[in-house]
Design a protein around this ligand. Structure first.
Ligand code: ZN
Length: 312
């Protein structure tokens, strides 16, 4: 809004665009509309954020995030003709984050390739106080979200970078969106048996852990009990699914011992060698040992499931 105002004040002829992230609240969308911002929409083939998460099964975390590329950078690249000469003015400021602190006056997004596009950051050195004083003195419209107590108003609810105090505000101001996201997180946790990956309960996941990283090294009794409840396994059997590594010393892509997190693989070990086993093997090692193809593996898993084996 400040850059938009500065540009108009300078009498520069240009247009203002709003990247529709589909995660912005109504207040932000309406404000963009009121101010005559043109909308740039994400690829309709994949739709909005919730459809994307549903179709891809990917939950954005602090370590892996598709949102900026998918909702902002790529639609912008697709929107403008590649052979146009373009100058972008962004409101990004250096003090906003450690990554942004390195930005200079003139930058070029690597995604633009060899297009004749450049971006300029006219207010990059402005402090937050400068921004607010300018907004107040010039009578610039303020996004209502700031008045609700938020310090940032960009795509909310499902962004793993928001601090947890923001979630208190979300729950208060946007209970429908807040619950919708947590229902998705819960469903994803159960479907993917994330007890075995995160060593946490559903509540710990949706209230804290979903933003990234393994929550704790060993599961608590509560985690095992909840996993047993959801899978219908006895607690002592359920416990065996946690923190297992391939006994043949297989390594993951980072060269660390290969942790077995897939319920079917853990189940296959116990189905074939008995529930009392202490040592487990990875899928690759099991397939080799049994002389199966990957298709035969899938058929075996399917048939054990159909027989009603609770291990799977
Ligand atoms: Zn192995």
């Amino acid at each position: 809004m400040v850059v938009h105002h500065l540009v108009k004040k300078a009498g520069v002829s240009c247009e203002t665009y709003f990247n529709v992230t589909t995660l912005d609240v109504a207040e932000s969308n309406q404000m963009a509309k009121r101010n005559g911002f043109k909308h740039i929409y994400p690829d309709p083939q994949h739709g909005g954020f919730y459809k994307y998460v549903h179709d891809s099964g990917i939950i954005p975390t602090r370590f892996a995030r598709f949102c900026c590329t998918y909702f902002k950078e790529k639609p912008t690249v697709d929107y403008f003709p590649a052979d146009d000469k373009l100058l972008f003015l962004f409101g990004i400021r250096n003090e906003e984050s450690s990554q942004r602190s390195n930005y200079d006056d003139v930058t070029k997004n690597p995604m633009w390739g060899d297009r004749d596009w450049i971006s300029v950051l006219p207010i990059r050195k402005w402090t937050e106080l400068d921004i607010w004083l300018y907004i107040l003195s010039e009578g610039i419209e303020v996004n209502p979200k700031y008045k609700y107590g938020y310090t940032r108003v960009g795509c909310g609810i499902a962004c793993p970078y928001y601090t947890k105090y923001t979630w208190v505000l979300d729950k208060f101001w946007y209970p429908y969106l807040y619950n919708r996201w947590r229902d998705i997180l819960k469903q994803d946790f159960i479907e993917k048996n994330k007890w075995l990956i995160m060593n946490c309960t559903i509540d710990e996941y949706i209230m804290k852990a979903w933003t990234g990283g393994v929550y704790r090294k060993e599961p608590t009794d509560e985690v095992v009990q909840e996993y047993a409840k959801y899978t219908g396994l006895d607690e002592d059997v359920a416990k065996k699914y946690f923190n297992r590594y391939c006994e043949n010393g297989c390594l993951n892509t980072r060269g660390q011992p290969l942790k077995l997190k897939d319920k079917n693989i853990l189940a296959m070990n116990m189905k074939m060698f008995g529930r009392d086993i202490q040592k487990f093997k990875c899928k690759k090692c099991l397939i080799k040992e049994f002389g199966w193809s990957k298709e035969q593996w899938d058929q075996q898993v399917q048939s054990f499931k159909e027989q009603g084996c609770k291990l799977f």
